[in-house]
Design a binder for this molecule. Structure first.
Ligand code: ZN
Length: 525
């Protein structure tokens, strides 16, 4: 008995092969037929004039917390996303020992949802109880492993601490996580030596998991940091995914990063990379602070920010924001601490105040000390040329590098650039605007390529027997609507989305059905 028939569409099956006209029959959450079935009693979806593709996979998501806050994943579903890979960049929700400390490595933390778990299994259960609209799977974030065992101290883990981290990692993998991620540029992981990561990667290699890394340096020296990632993976024998590979330091350095990956692939390393779709980087303002300044919590930090000597010490810290010392590249996003300075760059704000740019940053953090994570900045650092360089490469797949959001509900006021646009931009820019990728190739990079990286056999391809995750869209209009300063607008052109056989978006409107599952490694799916 069929549950649903998608009629009259053009199949783009995710393999990169030629599109062809056919109907898709869904039953029991799976695709059971692709062809020309006769009339039945099953519900039908009209797909004439539309592409019928496998649901899109966001290989680089940060929705770890926002899926608990608002499980509808509205911004994602409107782009055809049916699976999100969370736990990236060393950020995520487990393992957690000290709940206060853990917030340092979580995107989108919200007090509305109490952090009431410790390990992977408990977190996955909490996520399942929230009934997310999309499927989810997670890596083990090294930021949490570190906070759990070492705290915010910027030094290598001791032998005992490392044993502890290996045990927690192994346990998390047993409980269904798919690999390990690092965020080596962040204060939480600044003290991590290469050998420590290698030891952890050996644990991941034993179960055939994936190692995804936000490398140590993404400005000058970025290629050297990719060399380190490759060396770590080769020594540990682990499969490697370099996160948002393109550095903030220009086209040539980007070329070198890609060459390093190509050479490693040539030597036989199982490696690929992803890239977000923004022309700017994007982070929290407290990133400008050294880890030691954050160690004592908000009250102690306030104290430090008031002391001129402490400020002088802080100024010696090189951060993502200070690198290049060009504060004209750093733009403060909309915020309620200094709302009148929103959308202005730090160089002009500090010039107006007649002070050093870092003092401006410290003053801002001091005034916003009660909710520093509301202060976000944009770093202008990429060009369209760099994007083309990355996205046309055969080993590259796009990812949001954002959290899911929604224009209504609890997340309506949150901004995370890329959330509403990444897949839609990728398709419009690469296929329609620059014609640098064919539609089947662009769709392959959104579907079977990330599925292969993750070792998902039953998703990412539109074929009989696979889970019925479908993105059904108008290839002429699918594209982003949101802009830099009006970022919270749903993408256009996505008509129907089916997740695990359930109609989640119908005629561009959410049905209210949330049929996503938490995929646990080794648990099928
Ligand atoms: Zn990252």
């Amino acid at each position: 008995m069929a549950d649903l028939i998608v009629r009259g569409g053009t199949i783009v099956d995710g393999s990169g092969g030629e599109p062809y006209p056919a109907d898709v029959v869904v039953s029991g959450g799976r695709i059971v037929e692709i062809g020309r079935p006769g009339p039945t009693d099953a519900a039908e979806l009209d797909a004439s004039g539309l592409f019928v593709a496998p649901g899109f996979i966001d290989v680089h998501s940060h929705s770890d917390y926002t899926l608990l806050v608002d499980p509808r994943a509205v911004s994602a579903v409107h782009q055809g996303v049916t699976l999100e890979v969370i736990g990236n960049c060393g950020h995520g929700c487990f393992p957690v020992r000290d709940r206060e400390l853990a917030r340092n490595a979580i995107y989108g933390y919200d007090e509305a949802v109490p952090l009431a778990w410790s390990g992977a299994h408990e977190y996955f259960d909490a996520l399942e109880r929230a009934r997310p609209a999309v499927n989810v799977l997670s890596l083990v974030p090294n930021g949490q492993l570190r906070l759990d065992a070492v705290g915010l101290r910027q030094r290598p883990a001791t032998r005992d601490e490392l044993r502890d981290m290996e045990a927690r990692l192994s346990e998390s993998l047993e409980e269904g996580a798919w690999g390990l991620s690092t965020g080596l540029e962040y204060a939480t992981e600044a003290g991590v030596p290469e050998e420590e990561i290698e030891s952890l990667c050996r644990v991941v290699a034993r179960v055939g998991g994936l190692y995804a890394t936000h490398t140590r340096k993404r400005d000058d020296g970025a290629a050297g940091a990719v060399v380190e990632a490759v060396r770590t993976a080769e020594r540990a024998g682990v499969r490697l995914q370099v996160s948002h590979l393109v550095p903030r330091s220009g086209l040539e350095e980007g070329e070198r990063c890609i060459e390093v990956v190509e050479e490693a692939a040539g030597r036989g390393l199982d490696v690929a990379f992803d890239m977000h779709t923004r022309l700017f980087g994007f982070t929290y303002l407290p990133t400008a602070l050294p880890a030691w300044a954050l160690e004592g919590g908000p009250r102690a930090l306030e104290q430090l920010l008031r002391e001129p000597q402490a400020r002088e010490r802080m100024k010696r810290h090189e951060s993502i924001l200070s690198a290049g010392s060009d504060w004209g590249r750093i733009v403060l996003l909309d915020n309620d601490v200094w709302p009148q300075q929103s959308r202005r760059d730090v160089a002009s704000i500090s010039a107006e105040r007649g002070q050093d740019p870092l003092d401006t940053v410290y003053d801002l953090l001091l005034e916003g000390a009660d909710g520093m994570h509301r202060l976000m900045v944009m770093i202008h650092c990429y060009t369209e040329e760099q994007q083309l360089q990355a996205f046309t490469h055969p080993l590259c797949m796009p990812g949001s590098d954002a959290t899911t959001l929604a224009p209504d509900g609890r997340l309506a006021g949150s901004v995370f650039h890329g959330a509403y646009t990444w897949a839609a931009w990728f398709y419009r820019f690469m296929v329609r605007q620059t014609r640098t990728l064919t539609a089947p190739d662009a769709i392959r990079r959104l579907t079977s390529l990330p599925a292969e990286r993750l070792g998902l056999g039953e998703r990412g391809l539109l074929r009989v027997g696979a889970f019925a995750d479908l993105a059904i869209f108008d290839p002429e209009t699918f594209g982003e609507v949101a802009t830099t300063f009006a970022p919270n607008q749903l993408a256009a052109g996505m008509r129907h989305v089916v997740i695990n056989g359930s109609l989640t978006l119908a005629n561009g409107v959410l049905t209210g059905v949330r049929a996503g599952t938490v995929l646990r490694r080794g648990g099928g799916g």
